[in-house]
Design a protein around this ligand. Sequence first.
Ligand code: GLN
Length: 191
Amino acid sequence: MKIGVLALQGAVAEHMRMIEMIGEETVAVKKVEQLEELDGIIIPGGESTTIGKLMKKYGFDSALVEFSNQKKPIFGTCAGLIILAKEINGTSDTHLALMDIKVERNAFGRQRESFETNLAIKGVAEDFRAVFIRAPYIMEVKNDTEILSIFDDKIVAARQGHLLGSAFHPELTLDPRLHQYFVEMIKEYRR
Ligand code: GLN
């Protein structure tokens, strides 16, 4: 199994370290041709507008939609979650528009721009240490999208089939359980 991390901007090395920690092969993805050899990909946190622009520039916008059409799993964290969303509140800039969710950017207000908290994540952990950095949240899930975690009445993790998204950064702690969950998703879809 090989899991890529989209390496246009953002927290790439940290995700790669987590995947290595759980014993799977990983690669920094900079060209669309690399997608072919992957079983799944992570879109990291960073700045969603920048990542979106670079994705378009390098052809990842259509290539990742095709990747998803093949039911290859995609995990978006923070800015990556925004990139996955069908709808971003207040903008028509919809990026990949794959997952049936509506997100709000920078949603936790100024005094909480960055914080850590323990989360219960369905099927993953009861006590996951989550790091939020100018994080988005999920305002609405639609169709078969499943809510995995809620914090402060806000949805902060969800899954729709082969698509997984978290508003927080699971790669900044040394807890590999959410990455492990993604690996299990990939195994499920390889069958
Ligand atoms: N606020 C950022 C954005 O809207 C996301 C922050 C992050 O990925 N840590 O793109």
